[in-house]
Structures are given as C-alpha cells and as structure tokens.
Design a protein around this ligand. Structure first.
Ligand code: EPU
Length: 424
C-alpha cells in the first residue's frame, strides 16, 4: 500500500490552485443521467471518488468519454446517457462512496426501477439513508429490501411535498434531481443550501428543468418531459480552499490560493481572522500569512452558510497551536472527532468529551509519527499535522486522501513541502 512520507517544519510559500469541487462533480455526473443528450463536464477534479462514480455510470451502460477517442482520465468528461442499460448499481463501487446513492434517482426516473446496495464512504458516523427512502416513496416509488439491495420501482414518479426533518445535502440534491422528470410539482422544505445546489439547479434549468428556490430552504421543481444536453464547469472546491487557508496559517510564509470562491468559506474566514490569521481577499483568490500567535476560537459546525463540518478537522488542528483552550462542537456526524486520537499520538492535548464535543488544550508541539488516514477530511488534517510536526511522519491508507485531493503531494511540494508518495 502506498504511503506519504513527510519531513515536517518547512515554511511554505508560493501559489496553489484550487481544483473543481468533489461534491459538485459527483452530483453533476448523476444529473447527466437525466438527459439522453451529451453533457460535457469540465474542471472535474482528478480524484478517486470522481473516478469511482464515472466507473459506476459506465457500468450502467452509459457512454463516458474521458478524452477524445481515448480512455485517458482528464478534467473534462463527456457523458451521454442515450440509454441506461442496467438498473443495478455496482455493489463493489457503491461500497467505496456514499455519493453513489445519488445515481438511484435518475435511473429510477428514466427506467422505472433501480436496485441499490447500501452506500459506503467515509467512516464518520452511522450515515443513514432514511431521508432518501422516504423521499422516493413520497414520489410514488415502492421500496423493497431484498438480498442486500434496496429495490425501488415506480411506473411513474409524481411530484410530492417533502419536508426534511434534518437538513441533508445529498438528500436535497437527490430529490431535486429525481423530481426534474417526475409528473407535477415537488416542493422540498428545510432543504440544504450548500453552494453546489443552486449551481446545479441553474445548469439543469439551462437544460430545460424548472427549478426555483435552490440555495434557499424551499425548492420548487416542476416536472418536465425532457432534459437537453449542455456544458457545465464545476465550481472550485470550497473545502479544498478552506484546507489551504488553514495550511497557510499553519505553515506560511505567504501562500496565495488561486481559483477559489472566498464567499463559499465565509464562516471559516471570519473565525480564522478572529484567531489572528492575516488574510487578503480578492475576487477569486486569497492570500494567507503564517500566524505567529493563534488565539483560541470556540467552534460549532453548522449546515451552510455555517462553518462546514468538513473543515472542522483542520481547524481543530489549528487550535492545537493556539495559546489557550478551545471548545469544538461538531453536531453533524458522530464520528468526525475520532481522528483527535491520532493528533494526540503526535503530541496534541485534545480531550474528547463525547462523540460531538472536544476540548483542545494549546499550544502543543507535534512530533512525527506513523499514522493511518481514517477518512478523507481527517486524512488531510493528519497530513497537515505532519507538515508542522518535528521529524518524519508516515501517513498510510492514503486512498482516503486521494479520494478528495488531486495529487496533493505534488502541489504541496511546489510550495516547498518535503513530502513524497512512496508507491508499494
Ligand atoms: N442524515 C440522516 N438520514 C439521511 C441522510 C442524512 O439522518 O437519510 C443525517 C446524517 O447522518 C447527518 C446529517 O443528516 O447527521 C447530514 O448529512 P448529509 O446528508 O447532509 O450529508 P451527506 O450529504 O451524506 C455531504 C457531503 C459530506 C459533508 C456533508 C455535510 C457529499 C458527497 N458529501 O454528505 O462531505 O460532510 O454533506 O456537509 O456531498 C466529504 O466530502 O468528505 C464529506 C463527507
């Protein structure tokens, strides 16, 4: 198994570009299945999760062209679901990513049935799918659990009123996408407002959908008969942007982050500046200076536009370097603080009060260690920890980092980091 070897303590400086948003790309690939015509997606990040979802779509018999005439992987992909030949989602691939569930709706809408296994993905909590099943049922689908698969069928999907008792990002996107081809009007209430949602709705509307209110808690979708083809550019990844801001605070020098959307990480920018980190903001770029003295800032994560749960792990790492005590509260997933154990093994002093609450006692000196990446966001956090630790850090299970960050070691090396991938 490949691993990263990091020699910590280097000051980083220079320019780093943000790639396309993983969680926007995955949903756009699914939405492409609504149309018989060609969708061209550009600025796709070249990461394992995107590869997996494209493999899943290919496995359904949909045409996926990665580069003119070849199978080579680039950041531009053409998807044409002239027909969908299979209605069973691959169990092996679905086990690798939670977002695989997003494919169920469009297949159900186009074919009248779909079988899907329980989706896998990051080990950050229970991650139930009840809100998806409820939504599909409200739209007229029959759901049966048989032989390790959910079998969903509906001769005709119809519009429905769906209130989400919990705000769910992929659940909102799944119902919005599915409702596009349903008969009549669907109203989603208490919907998620993450920036990826209005961007996808806008593109779907350009292709003939009738979606109103995406980006607010109430989304109305009037069903249409047909979705046309088109070209969609994936927006910059806000989690990668935020991670690089924290990287700059921890290891800069001066780091310029290009091709980003500062408004999408407003909650982080507010908090990190209060912590004493200097940031200069441009229209689509940010400059971050390494912080000499970090103040402790208590944090509670929240759905967008609140502080993203995906940025909690690197922020918690930053707080290990703060002068004092920080309380971290992450109510969204029950496993998102488990990685603090690994930080403690590197010298941090973090007490886990319950699955959702931690107290960070700073500042602490971190020492290099051999650790395994438990999930995507924890993985990148341990990598950042390795960059500020004294001595050598080995990070194993780096598939969990490659799932969401494109060739991260090459990009960090350009900033002066001493990190290499050892292939085994
Ligand atoms: N929930 C339910 N039932 C459901 C669905 C969700 O109870 O049927 C609960 C979850 O257990 C959680 C809460 O609702 O407690 C919110 O989960 P949500 O559905 O919003 O999460 P998600 O859509 O599965 C997406 C991102 C995550 C990100 C969260 C929160 C994708 C593919 N994933 O997950 O990103 O942390 O929203 O913003 O869009 C990542 O990129 O590493 C990642 C995990």
């Amino acid at each position: 198994m490949s691993y990263f070897e990091i020699n910590g303590g280097k000051k980083l400086k220079g320019v780093i570009e943000v790639k396309g948003a993983k969680n926007a790309a995955l949903k756009a690939v699914a939405a492409a299945l609504l149309s018989c015509e060609k969708w061209t997606l550009s600025n796709l990040p070249q990461i394992e999760d995107v590869k997996r979802i494209l493999e899943m779509v290919g496995d359904l018999g949909v045409e996926v062209k990665q580069k003119e005439g070849t199978k080579e992987w680039t950041n531009k992909v053409e998807i044409q679901a002239r027909s969908i030949q299979k209605t069973e989602l691959s169990k092996k691939l679905a086990g690798k990513l939670r977002a695989s569930i997003i494919l169920a709706g469009p297949v159900l809408a186009r074919k009248g049935k779909v079988s899907m296994p329980y989706p896998g993905g990051c080990v950050i909590g229970k991650r139930p799918i009840d809100l998806f099943l409820d939504g599909f049922q409200k739209m007229g689908a029959r759901v049966v659990w048989k032989d390790d698969y959910f079998s969903l069928s509906a001769r005709k999907l119809r519009g429905a009123k769906i209130f989400f008792p919990r705000i769910t990002v992929t659940g909102t996107e799944a119902m919005m996408i599915t409702a596009v081809l349903a008969e009549g009007e669907t109203i989603l209430e208490n919907a998620a407002m993450e920036p990826e949602i209005p961007v996808l709705a806008k593109f779907l509307n350009q292709c003939g959908a009738k979606i109103q209110g995406a980006g607010t808690p109430t989304i109305k979708i009037k069903g249409v008969k047909k979705i046309k083809g088109g070209q969609m550019k994936i927006i910059p990844d806000r989690i990668e942007t935020g991670t690089f801001v924290i990287l700059g605070a921890l290891c800069g020098g001066r780091i310029k982050i290009k091709n980003c959307c500062p408004d999408h990480i407003r909650a982080l920018l507010e908090n990190i500046q209060k912590a004493g980190v200097k940031i200069k903001e441009g229209k689509d770029e940010l400059v971050v200076w390494g912080a000499k003295k970090i103040k402790p800032i208590n944090l509670t994560t929240h759905e967008y536009p609140g502080f993203a749960t995906d940025l909690q792990p690197p922020f918690t790492l930053l707080m290990t370097q703060a002068q004092g005590i920080t309380q971290i509260h992450d109510p969204i997933f029950e496993g998102r603080l488990l990685f603090t154990d690994s930080l403690n093994s590197m010298g941090a002093n973090i007490v886990l009060n319950d699955p959702h609450r931690a107290t960070v006692y700073g500042p602490t000196k971190l020492r290099g260690r051999k650790i395994a990446s438990p999930d995507l966001r924890a993985g990148i956090t341990l990598l950042l920890a390795g960059l500020i630790a004294e001595g050598k850090t080995i990070i194993e299970n780096i598939y969990q980092i490659d799932r969401g960050y494109e060739r991260i070691e090459e990009r960090l090396r350009k900033l002066g980091a001493d990190i290499k991938r050892i292939e085994k």
